[in-house]
Design a protein around this ligand. Structure first.
Ligand code: T5A
Length: 226
């Protein structure tokens, strides 16, 4: 595999109901349709992955069928990413593009909003495969709340989403300052088609040229990686 380019790691983030799943699915289709030899194979992941044993515990928590300590659920969300980390790295190394609907940034934003220390929230995410680009779907909590299906899960409350939004802003600013991996804000209040077009404009130039080693999230900022 040393002569072939690695795959790109693309993450879509945002508040609940900002349109992540809609856009992840549209982008996945578009990337698949454009496999003309310049754009590699692509797989779509969603976090939390509710199908694993850990994911099932998270699902029960989100649907308020179980209660867990804030720190315990934070670590479960992170473990849910770690259980797929080696698979993500393997896909990227073999030239497959990986598209993830939510990732470590959601983990930090939702837990730090509860009052857990930011650095404590970030620590278990250090060393995960780092995205080449993160597309943050920017929407006001009010507009998101008016969308279909809102309110069925634990965090789907406007006040909660406002707090989450503030932490996302802090993460985005830190990512831009660190300059490792692009953080791109997309206006998610537009129509599905317009949002999809903006995402494509951000992603298309990157997917066929990404190269170099797969980075690890924040590996040098907390005293080195594994
Ligand atoms: N969480 C997650 C943590 O606390 N820690 C973590 O580490 C992680 C990974 C579940 C919860 O878990 C928390 C965050 C969440 O509270 P989830 O399963 O991703 O995470 O749940 P949601 O974000 O709620 O995912 P949804 O699928 O419900 O929302 P999406 O994906 O943002 O939105 P989508 O695409 O399903 O669209 C929602 C509705 O809006 C419409 C769609 O048709 C749909 O009805 N829509 C639009 N309407 C108008 N204009 C547009 N542009 C639209 N785009 C979509």
């Amino acid at each position: 595999m040393s002569n072939s380019k690695r795959g790109a790691f693309i993450v879509i983030e945002g508040l609940d109901r900002s349109g992540k799943s809609t856009q992840a699915s549209l982008l996945h289709e578009r990337l698949q349709d454009s496999q003309d030899g310049t754009i590699p194979k692509v797989v779509l992941l969603k976090f939390p992955d509710r199908t694993t044993a850990i994911g099932k515990m998270i699902d029960a928590y989100l649907r308020s069928e179980s209660e867990l300590d804030d720190r315990a659920i934070h670590l479960l969300f992170s473990a849910n990413r770690w259980e797929l980390a080696s698979m993500i790295t393997a896909h990227l190394a073999e030239g497959t593009t990986v598209l993830a609907d939510r990732y470590a940034f959601s983990g930090i934003a939702f837990s730090a909003r509860k009052g857990l220390p930011y650095e404590w929230c970030r620590a278990p995410e250090v060393g995960l495969p780092a995205p080449d680009i993160t597309l943050f779907l920017n929407i006001s909590p009010k507009v998101a709340a008016a969308r279909g299906g809102y309110g069925l899960e634990r965090y789907e409350k406007e006040e909660v989403q406002k707090g989450v939004r503030q932490v996302f802003d802090k993460i985005g600013q830190a990512m831009r300052e660190e300059g490792k991996g692009k953080w791109v804000e997309i206006d998610a209040g537009k129509s599905k088609e317009e949002v999809a077009e903006e995402l494509w404009r951000a992603v298309q130039p990157l997917v066929s040229v990404v190269d170099g080693p797969i980075s690890k999230l924040w590996e040098t900022t907390l005293g080195g990686g594994s």
